[in-house]
Structures are given as C-alpha cells and as structure tokens.
Design a protein around this ligand. Sequence first.
Ligand SMILES: [Zn+2]
Length: 495
Amino acid sequence: MVHPDNGVEQPAAGRPVVLRGGTVLTMDAAHTVLTDADVLVVDDRIAAVGRQLDVPEGTAEVDATGGIVMPGMIDTHRHMWQTAMRGYGADWTLTQYFVWYYLEHGRAFRPEDVHAGNLLSAWDALEAGVTTTVDWSHGLQTVDHAEAAADALLAVPGRFVLAYGNIQAGPWEWATDGSVQAFLRRRRDEGRLGLQLAFDVTGDPAFPEKAAFEAARELDLPVTTHAGVWGATNDDGIRLMHEHGFMTPETVYVHAATLTADSYHRIAATGGSISVSTESEQSAGQGYPPTWQVRQHGIPVSLSMDTSVWWSSDLFSAMRTTLGADRSREHMEAHEKGETVTSVHLRAEQVVDWATRGGAQALGRDDLGSLEVGKKADVVLIKNDRSPVSFPLLNPYGHVAFQAQRGDVHTVLVDGRVVKSEHQLVGADLAAVRRSVDATVEHLRASMGEEAWTAGMNPELPSEELLDNPYSYTEYKSASTHGARRSDELGDEIG
Ligand SMILES: [Zn+2]
C-alpha cells in the first residue's frame, strides 16, 4: 500500500518482509557475517537468516544487494526533550549547559515543549536507524511533563525507554513522590514503554540519593546515572552506591570518564555497564572518553549521543568519534614514551557491537541487538545506490563505522514494522512536528528575552594571545631572492 503521508510504499501490517541479497552483520555472539544473504521477518520476529531463503507467499521483498543489513542501533542515553533546541548550544561547555538548563531556562519548558522535543527526537532516531532509544528525561518538573514525554514516545513507532528524571528537584524528593510513583506504576503496567529512573549521585557523605535508589528497587526499575563527570560526580558517588548495595547489573553509568581504577573495579564487579557519549565527552568536558581504560576492565559498553542541543544524533557519529578518541589516546600515550603504536586495540567491529549488542545488554534485552532467529525484528538496511560512498563494500564493519551516514539508511524495521523505506520515514507528519517545535522555540525565546537568547547561543570567547614567532614572512621574501623566484615577483603576487 502507499502511505498517505509521504507516498512511500510499505507492506501492509502483518505481511512478512524479506531483505534479499545483502551483506548481513548478524551481531550474534560469534559476530557471523553472511554475504549475499537474506533476512526474513514474520510478524515482530526474525524468522530466518541465510542464503536464498524460501519465504511465505505474499512476502514483501526489499532488494538489499550492495547493502549492509544489521540490527537496529541502540542509544542508551539521550535527553530527547532537548532536541527542541537543536544545535543551540554548539559552542557550550558543560558549565554553560548546566547554567542554561539547570539554573536559568530549564524551568521554562512546559509539558508541550517536552512533547515537541521528544517527538522530533524520536523520529530523528528512527531516521538514523536507531530503533531503541533511552530518553534520559530529566526535565520532568511535574507529572504532566512526564505524561507529555511518554505520549510523544508512544506516538512514534520506535522502541523507547523513558528514564524518569527531574533536574529541578532532588531525586530523594521526586522519586518518593506518590504521584510520580503512580505514573511509573501505570506506565509500567501498560508495558509499551521501557522505564528507568535517571538521577545523579553527588557524593554528599549523607547519601541523600539513598531514598531514590530504594524507590527504584521498590518499583523494580533500573537506575541510570551520570557518573564520573568532571566537576559534578566522582568516585565518592560510586563508592556510596557500592557500600549501600545499589550497584546492580542493570545500572547504566553514563560517561564514567573521570573515575579511578577503584570505581571501574566496583562497576566491573557488580556487572553494570557504561554508556559512552564520545562526542559529548570530547566537547563538553566530562572527561576523556573512557573506552581506552574501560576495555582493560572488561566492563560492558554501549554508545549514546547525549543531546542534540550540541551534537549529532546518529550512532554512526558515535562509532566514528569513539574509534577516533580511543586511537588518539593510544597514539598519544605511546608517543609520550617515545613509542609507536603499530596495531590499534579498538576495532571497527567492536564499536558496531557496542552500538547494537552492547545497547541490548545494557538494557537487559537479550531479544534485541542481533539478527538471530526468534529475536525481535529491529532491522536496518544501509544502502544508497546513488552514492559513490556505497562501493566498494570490502570491510563491512569499517564501512558502517567510518563510511556510512544517516542518509545511507535505506530501510528500518522496528518490531517487524517498516518505519523507513527507500530513505523516507513512513507515517511521519514532519510538518506537524515542525509546527510544535516552532511553537516551543517561540515560547522559549519570548520567555528568555532576545538578549538572553542571543547570549545563550554565543558564549563569551576567551581571548587568545598569539605566540611570538621567531620567523617572519619578510625573512622568507628576502631569502627567496636566492631561489628560483625574486622577491619583487612574489611581492607582486601577494599584492
Ligand atoms: Zn547526559
């Protein structure tokens, strides 16, 4: 059938789909790669993976030749409400972010603004082949805000986890609030959204966050926490969590960039995982992206984009920057010792694993993250016949990590349903999303005032002194008279 919204053809609901003839990165435990292979989806499950599959009559066929078929990607930490301010904070540091959202303007977000940001971010994720996203939703000042956040996520055919948070109050306050708990119980029983609690542990020796951890335990919800963030959270928070027995396998530690080995040992020993947001850590200043040390501790890793108020929101960027940061560090440390790295430790294959299996493991979802019979059918086809970047396809992991981008995402299935087809989202009314985001931007701009709006987007530039240079262009000119060209000729050229 042709979808009324954008004219893209998509199989009718319930019709099986087969992706034919692609390079299939199964991301199973052995990382099996199949060439010229098919993936068959029946209902919400992967029904078969292999060559020249027999398929049920009436199965819709997607030509995957020349493309890569891989599991849907999983982002374990994204502040989706902030997508309504896309790109505004491109030149921020973490300090400017904290001042803007936590202290000054975060309160100005109404429920409809959280809804607008989430809606935009949810489609944005699907468009990039991110089929599961944890909405690290720390702008939920009231339960109305939370309802709006959840409603927006449920309006988009992706897989989402609402990580409930509120930066305008202590977690020991909101997490123990009866109306918040009633919301969480109701949404949990509905079952369509995953849920977590999202809050940070300041390291206060009185450990006031204990009440929030107890609430999470009572509600049977995992906790996700920004840990090891320079100037905000450190080893003390980890130690307090550990000493009180709140470090569990389902706990997700975001960034974990400025921690000592002691904290990594505690995380490794309790089975938790680390969500690395390399683009964020490099630019905002939480600390050096930690994969170079985390991999020495055997701690499971997933990837995340953090927030589009600064950065991109696709996991291709996350994979690319994570490889770059890890290798930069490895080279730099070697050079400091006068050594040369001749073989890098972090491989493209590993970051593709982190973007898929790693995310599934972090969320305790062993039915996601790989293309294996019986798993949930969250599938991405990367294929762009019009692009010179699509061939030759020699190293599929390298292709995903360093060559592909969101525009190359051809087809996306979530739960067996086609949500992107022929490079176009299916059923997305982007004009309506744009209208609500425009209204949010207008509201924020008006409530801040033009001066604060402009100042917020353009942080003060510290002065930078130019170093004295012992050489000068004049010397170069006079020296060149001894060479092939005379200085007067050169002078003429440069005016
Ligand atoms: Zn964050």
